[in-house]
Design a protein around this ligand. Structure first.
Ligand SMILES: Nc1ncnc2c1ncn2[C@@H]1O[C@H](COP(=O)(O)OP(=O)(O)OP(=O)(O)O)[C@@H](O)[C@H]1O
Ligand SMILES: [Mg+2]
Length: 445
């Protein structure tokens, strides 16, 4: 049979996909997808592995078909040719590695597994990528870069990856570490003149699980050291999995060469879970710990805590503590009372004015001064805390908050919110002050 080749413009078909899909899905699956051949009305895409083939087939087939149809006006049949990259053999342990690694030296915790990770639309992509990496570490997706907001399961997925690899490949050398810990070790090694050992330790790992890489922000020397560690592991075809609270390009002052390294692999994000997923997580946690909490209470929690899975868990822990101290079962009214400092019902959300009043009383600064343009340190501080609380406790947009505070622009609002969010993590005093102000806003000082 004579093969008649009809070309179409794949790059412009891709644009339809780009419009339709969110950025991370498009970048992960289609930005680098190439066509091997087009024969009659068959199009053959090359994909690096069956994981990619399956994922596109299961999740994006309709999008792909319709993008091609929009471009060509025809219904093409889609085929995938799996091309394993040459030179990327299965990950072999470093020569020195002992047969079975001591689990304690991996810094992995048994509580984080893929089995107890509840799936939803918000996280199934990241989950699938982490599972694929743990099934065949070092082959594809290197590095795997997982990013997402606070308490959305980054550490859980990272640790679960390590735990699975530990079971499947017990002879590989695995290390879980936080970027801050990497920094501390680096500093210690400089002080103690043991930098050679430090470098060696990190370069002899088969699977490096690096948590919270956003900590590299503005730390030149640390970035430099990590860059070399990364390169040496990468060149030795070792697997690296990284988490961050934001994508690489948004990490302040991150060197271009590191950003580009991170893009070599696969970038996946974790989004906040929807109501159904939040409820499923709560149900799973109660089952896991064999505790009974009424489903109505779980629904109440799931509908009020929207964007942080750690807070969902925090609610359960609080209820359990209450019930064990008072030796009572919990009904919905008790639950509402016990959780009142964590949960603010939407219809009871405070107004900006009530927050302003409370901040003004707490810091003994007049409302007008806070809203005004004075720049003293104490004024600026109170204003930033006000903005932080307005973002946290109301539904107002950045612009609305800015407008109500004497016409500040939205980037000022965003900056203030970020600044206080960061400071709270380090400054216990500030955290307590903010808790007190929140209590005041709710009338429970
Ligand atoms: N999909 C999920 N199913 C079950 N539990 C989850 C899920 N996602 C997160 N959790 C749980 O929520 C808690 C917070 O998750 P984790 O610590 O992994 O978040 P994180 O993204 O690393 O947060 P941070 O930015 O603060 O480091 C953990 O106890 C984790 O087990
Ligand atoms: Mg974490």
């Amino acid at each position: 049979m004579r093969r008649r080749k009809v070309k179409f413009n794949w790059e412009s078909a891709k644009k339809y996909l780009q419009e339709e899909l969110n950025e991370s899905a498009f970048n992960a699956w289609f930005a680098n997808l190439d066509i091997e051949d087009i024969v009659d009305e068959n199009v053959y895409f090359t994909v690096p592995n069956t994981f990619t083939e399956n994922w596109i087939s299961e999740h994006f087939m309709e999008n792909l078909r319709s993008a091609i149809k929009k471009e060509t006006g025809k219904n093409y049949t889609i085929h995938f040719l799996v091309k394993e990259k040459s030179g990327r053999e299965k990950l072999e342990p470093m020569k020195h590695t002992v047969r079975i690694q001591d689990k304690r030296k991996t810094y992995l915790h048994d509580r984080y597994t893929f089995d107890n990770f509840v799936l939803g639309d918000n996280n199934k992509f990241a989950f699938a990528a982490a599972t694929a990496v743990s099934n065949a570490p070092g082959r594809e997706y290197n590095p795997l870069f997982i990013y997402g907001g606070v308490g959305l399961g980054k550490t859980h997925l990272l640790q679960a990856t390590g735990n699975k690899v530990f079971v499947l490949y017990p002879n590989l050398c695995i290390l879980y570490t936080q970027t801050e810990e990497f920094l501390n070790e680096m500093i210690k090694s400089i002080q103690e003149h043991t930098t050679v050992e430090f470098k060696k330790r990190y370069r002899e790992i088969d699977l490096l699980l690096m948590d919270d890489i956003h900590f590299l922000a503005r730390k030149e020397r640390l970035q430099e050291e990590f860059f070399h560690t990364f390169n040496s592991l990468f060149e030795a075809k070792k697997q690296i999995v990284i988490t961050s609270d934001r994508p690489p390009k948004d990490i302040p002052d991150l060197e271009e060469r590191l950003i580009s390294r991170f893009h070599w692999g696969l970038m996946v994000d974790l989004q906040p879970p929807d109501f159904e997923t939040r409820l499923a997580i709560l149900r799973a946690k109660t089952q896991e710990d064999d505790i009974h909490i009424d489903d109505g209470i779980l629904k109440f929690i799931a509908s009020n805590i929207e964007s942080n899975i750690r807070e969902l868990e925090g609610c359960l822990i609080k209820l359990l503590a209450h019930s064990s101290i008072y030796k009572t079962d919990i009904d919905i009214n008790t639950a509402k009372k016990v959780l009142s400092d964590i949960i603010i019902k939407k219809d009871q959300r405070p107004t900006l004015e009530s927050i302003l009043k409370e901040v003004s009383e707490f810091y003994r600064i007049s409302v007008d001064s806070i809203k005004g343009s004075g720049r003293s340190k104490s004024l600026a501080n109170a204003r930033q805390i006000l903005i932080y609380l307005a973002r946290e406790l109301t539904d107002l947009s950045l612009k609305e908050i800015g407008d109500k505070l004497g016409g500040r622009d939205h980037s000022t609002v965003l900056y203030s919110h970020n600044k206080i969010s960061q400071l709270i993590k380090k400054n216990v005093r500030l955290k307590e002050d903010i808790q007190r102000i929140k209590g005041g806003i709710r009338g429970v000082k």
